[in-house]
Design a protein around this ligand. Structure first.
Ligand SMILES: [Zn+2]
Length: 520
């Protein structure tokens, strides 16, 4: 028997202080282990990036600073008339849970109904928005970053995440301390989201053939969920660094990191597996290694999946970013299947939004974020959904290995990403002048490598496409004082080199463009 006077347990607290009760405006100049650091919020402005937030914790943001971010988010939702309901989860790092608790304080203080799903992958948090019909998401994760980083991926309209608009609004509100404490906030603990997410992915037919799959997780959060999903659909999983260990004793959970790729390739070769899959720290990306241990770049994986998907869905529409291979336009199988592809701005939030708004079946971003829209997915990036698409493709091609499917693609001659230096204040202007030059070349019918320009894609810098599908891209880097140059030809190395030579000549006319990091 409880000795609590239960009849007195329901009571209403009347605020003792009327009027504004404000968290002070954050400072950017506080140092850990000082008196002020313990008394005031610290938020460095550099943490607000184009599509999400990343800070070194606690050097660039303290717990009170995270409180301020939560309060700021309330104002962003209010200004856009979005109900203040939000899913909150955290990744597997020693401080992520604390960071999340501080953020939750701010969210509740700002009047949010907070649905806390606990330890999660980013796609699990996005799934929870649909499953619980909640508008917002704030996923505490630094993805594949080194230890010491914390971050938040936010959204207010499923399946989309914040873009530059929402991010700069949030930044201004937080840095100005332009937030208010509101009544009505509440907390809901959700104990079973992982089970519900896993069920949603595994409630489907089994693979016909038990694939042998290496699942590499780099000791990150995906280790707790991805192998389980793959097993449940009928894979024989060979685990690689799937034990959770937030010291990342082997390498960072980053499929673009050579250490992770090499470890995966070695394991595939050692075990004779059918395919190797590498999940990043928050599970929204999946890198692929074929059965011979060769890495397949994300845009090539995209073409392979597009072939498979377009054979099942008539006139399938795809979206890829402008850095991706031209095979999406020139591949004869995609053409025969009636597939069409739009090239759009590099950046995962751009590709996600554009794919969703234009009802593309899948959006492929070269960094490995893939967006499967209904009926294949909900429209957000989920590395496990991408992995299942690879497994299904192999299952539909039982007579072919992953390497066979890769080698069935037409050969192309592609350059690596080449980056000449160009100051941040100059780079957009230089790119504009280069665009103007190629526009006039296009209009006058001038030739490059003996060919006319058939298309200029100017969504993000300029992608010059020639008659045979040879193309070159010139754009300003979004985060470094550099330009980004990529060229590719489906016909010959000479044509690839010829378009690069033309671009290089144009760049040489601008003294503000400096040395290349590498050249073909
Ligand atoms: Zn990620």
């Amino acid at each position: 028997m409880s000795s609590f006077p239960t009849e007195k347990m329901n009571f209403v607290i009347t605020p003792r202080v009327k009027g504004p009760v404000m968290l002070p405006k954050p400072r950017a100049d506080l140092e850990p282990n000082t008196l002020e650091f313990e008394r005031l919020p610290l938020v460095k402005p550099t943490g607000f990036r184009e599509y999400d937030a990343r800070w070194l914790f606690p050097e660039e943001i303290n717990l009170m600073g995270l409180n301020a971010v939560g309060l700021g988010m309330a104002k962003v939702f209010e200004s856009r008339n979005v109900p203040k309901r939000i899913i909150v989860g955290h990744d597997y790092r020693w401080y992520s849970s604390a960071v999340k608790q501080a953020l939750i304080n701010g969210l509740i203080g700002g009047g949010f109904e907070v649905h806390d799903i606990g330890l999660a992958l980013s796609p699990m948090a996005y799934f929870a928005q649909f499953d619980r019909e909640v508008e917002g998401v704030a996923m505490v994760t630094a993805s594949h970053n080194d230890n010491g980083w914390c971050g938040i991926k936010m959204g207010l309209s499923r399946p989309l995440t914040f873009g530059p608009d929402e991010m700069s609004q949030l930044k201004n509100i937080v840095l100005e301390g332009d937030y208010e404490i509101k009544n009505g906030g509440s907390y809901i603990f959700v104990p079973d989201m992982a089970e519900r997410y896993i069920k949603s992915l595994t409630d489907r037919p089994q693979l016909k053939n038990p694939l042998r799959v290496v699942a590499a997780c780099g000791n990150g959060t995906a280790g707790a969920f991805a192998p389980q999903v793959l097993e449940a659909v009928g894979c024989k999983v060979i685990p690689l660094n799937t034990e959770l260990d937030h010291s990342f004793p082997n390498h960072n959970p980053n499929p673009e990191d050579l250490a992770m790729l090499h470890a995966l390739a070695d394991k595939v070769k050692e075990t004779g597996a059918d395919v190797g899959l590498a999940f990043d720290g928050d599970g929204d990306r999946c890198g692929v290694v074929d059965n011979l241990g060769n890495e397949i770049y994300a845009d090539t994986v995209g073409v392979m999946l597009a072939r498979d998907i377009s054979s099942r869905f008539e006139n399938a529409k795809f979206v890829v970013d402008v850095k991706s291979t031209g095979l999406f336009l020139t591949d004869p199988v995609l053409k025969a299947n009636g597939a069409t592809t739009d090239y759009w701005k590099t950046g995962h939030s751009y590709i996600k939004r554009y794919s969703y708004e234009n009802k593309a079946l899948v959006g492929f971003e070269k960094s490995g974020h893939f967006f499967f829209n209904p009926p294949l997915g909900y429209g957000y990036d989920d590395g496990i959904v991408a992995a299942l698409a690879v497994c299904d493709m192999l299952d539909r091609n039982l007579d072919k290995s992953m390497a066979d499917l890769r080698n069935a693609l037409p050969k192309t001659w592609q350059s690596p990403t080449m980056s000449p230096k160009c100051a941040d204040e100059e780079k957009y202007d230089v790119v504009d002048k280069i665009i103007a030059h190629y526009k006039s070349q296009f209009e006058t019918g001038a030739k490059i490598a003996g060919q006319k320009i058939v298309e200029l894609i100017t969504v993000n810098g300029v992608r010059i496409v020639l008659e045979d599908g040879t193309w070159g891209l010139i754009r300003a880097s979004s985060n470094k004082p550099e330009l980004v140059i990529v060229v590719e030809s489906p016909t010959s190395e000479e044509n690839r080199n010829a378009i690069f030579k033309d671009i290089d000549m144009q760049l040489a006319r601008h003294p503000r463009v400096g040395a290349f990091n590498q050249k073909i």
